[in-house]
Ligand binder design. Structure first.
Ligand SMILES: O=P(O)(O)OC[C@H]1O[C@](O)(CO)[C@@H](O)[C@@H]1O
Length: 496
């Protein structure tokens, strides 16, 4: 039976400022502090009544049961017949799954020790090829945390466009480079084509045993061995760890290498702390749940089609693109987990950028456009730079002022100069940006996606929507695809 949204759809819609005026405790009610992160949803339209209505929906959709099934390692990805065990990577799954993850982490750590000990020869550069979930997570971690003291130069290349790889070839010494091939399936065309070109580049530079410089991160170790990677340098991860949830597994290898094992472990621990919060805290004080309630209020009741995250910290500039895959590949679906058409909007389109840059580019629409866009600000109290305090002070003040301006607005008889206000935003403020808080932040987003999926009745763990385009490109490559007139013309123009 489809879930009953009537109570949620009938919620009153007072202006944000009225909500503050009516409730002196509003800030405390809609703030949560956990794992070094402060969350503030007071500038959204969430009310006690709204939270109660979402709690009732969560009950009807058995969120608590499904959450336990996630942590128990049950087969909750039913469309693919798999369990979902990324939480076990951070020590929070079933005893068996946690034990298996620990064994694989130990293997990963041993290889890192060997590389540090120069068992593969002197390595200065790490060239990681992978795409989607096999690239975005490590890229975010290294870009956020490895700016000052990365122990190796790491480049992460995903695009099959040779220009991406060539840029790295110009900077790296092929005789001191480790090739890391990250692919859950070990079949992804982009990744394998890039890997072959890296081997060729190394070979042309005179590296004798190019395969001796390759590490594979995959859930299909046999395929990696078949491809030519020595079994001792294949770092497997469980098939039940989804691609976009995989940075906690061996897919995090380049980050563990660049940042050191202790940092990698801290990241896992931070994520584990968020998992425990998610599992043990009542929904009205539960960060992932409250975030999902706000998401759903805006998509389902206010018809917001997008939501935007702005990182007011240069170190988190890759966060919006990481979230795009996590949220849209998980919940961008028009069918429920039971295989029937979804009778309401799916999750919002995720987009965003970096503050303050975005203020001078896209914020016009956020303040005055006709689209409602719930905005999320992510900022860090401790600066990531050593320049004059003024930089960080201005950065944070800008983030806070934008949220205030969106809410307050400023009426003007001249409509072109009028700000309607009542535009929602939420803020996530980190004490410091380190491996632990970043792990907690990413786990928060994952669990928020989970709650959104459960309340919408979507399976957030499959991704059939990406297959058709891939298959058609493959068939076109093999010459076996009949295309429409327009596409056939484009192919003819490009290839004759
Ligand atoms: O790790 P693989 O198997 O190379 O896949 C890469 C990415 O491709 C996708 O399957 C989408 O095309 C993602 O879900 C995944 O993260």
């Amino acid at each position: 039976m489809p879930a009953d949204w009537t109570a949620i759809e009938a919620l009153p819609a007072p202006r944000l400022e009225t909500l503050f005026a009516e409730d002196p405790n509003r800030l405390a009610t809609f703030s949560v502090d956990v794992a070094g992160l402060h969350f503030d949803w007071s500038k959204t339209h969430l009310t006690a009544q709204a939270v109660a209505a979402f709690e009732a929906l969560a009950k009807a959709q058995d969120l608590a049961g499904k959450r336990e099934a996630l942590f128990a390692g049950d087969v909750i990805n039913t469309t693919e017949g798999r369990a979902v065990t990324h939480v076990a990577e951070r020590g929070e799954g079933s005893v068996d799954d946690v034990a298996k993850a620990r064994v694989l982490h130990a293997r990963m750590r041993a290889l890192i020790d060997a590389i540090e000990g120069e068992a593969l020869g002197p390595i200065r550069h790490v060239l990681h090829v992978g795409i989607g979930g096999s690239a975005l997570g490590p890229d975010l971690l290294i870009d956020a945390l490895g700016r000052d003291d990365s122990r190796y130069d790491v480049a992460i290349v995903s695009n099959i466009d040779g220009a991406a790889l060539e840029e790295v070839f110009k900077k790296f010494d092929p005789t001191a480079t480790l090739l890391v091939i990250a692919s859950k399936t070990f079949t992804t065309k982009e990744t394998l084509t890039n890997a072959e070109s890296v081997l060729q580049w190394m070979g042309e530079a005179g590296v004798d045993d190019v395969y001796g410089r390759v590490v594979a991160l995959t859930a299909d170790p046999d395929k990696a061995v078949e491809w030519g990677v020595d079994e001792t340098r294949v770092l497997p991860f469980a098939d039940s760890v989804g691609g976009r949830y995989s940075l906690w597994s061996s897919i995090g290898f380049p980050a563990a290498l660049a940042l050191g094992w202790d940092n990698f472990q801290d990241m896992l621990d931070g994520a584990g702390e968020m998992d425990r919060h998610f599992r043990q805290t009542s929904l009205s004080q539960n960060a992932p749940a409250l975030a999902a309630f706000a998401d759903l209020y805006y998509t389902q009741v206010r018809h917001a089609e997008t939501r935007a995250t702005f990182a007011y910290d240069e170190r988190l500039r890759l966060l919006p693109s990481y979230l795009q895959q996590l949220e849209m590949e998980s919940n961008g679906k028009g069918v429920t987990i039971d295989g029937v058409k979804l009778d309401r909007p799916s999750a919002a389109i995720t987009w965003g950028g970096v503050g303050t840059d975005a203020q001078h580019a896209v914020f016009q629409l956020l303040h005055q456009g006709t689209h409602l866009v719930p905005v999320e600000f992510v900022a860090v109290i401790e600066p990531g730079d050593t320049l004059a305090e003024e930089h960080h002070r201005q950065l944070l003040l800008n983030a806070f002022a934008q949220g205030a301006a969106l809410m307050k607005g400023r009426p003007n008889d001249d409509l072109a100069r009028s700000y309607s206000g009542d535009r929602p935003s939420s803020t996530i403020l980190l004490e410091v940006l380190d491996a632990r808080t970043l792990g907690a932040l990413i786990a928060f987003y994952e669990q928020r996606v989970f709650v959104n999926g459960v309340l919408l009745g979507i399976n957030p763990f499959d991704q059939f929507g990406v297959e058709l385009g891939k298959e058609m490109a493959k068939a076109a490559d093999a010459g076996g695809q009949e295309f429409d007139v327009s596409t056939a013309d484009l192919i003819k123009r490009a290839f004759g």
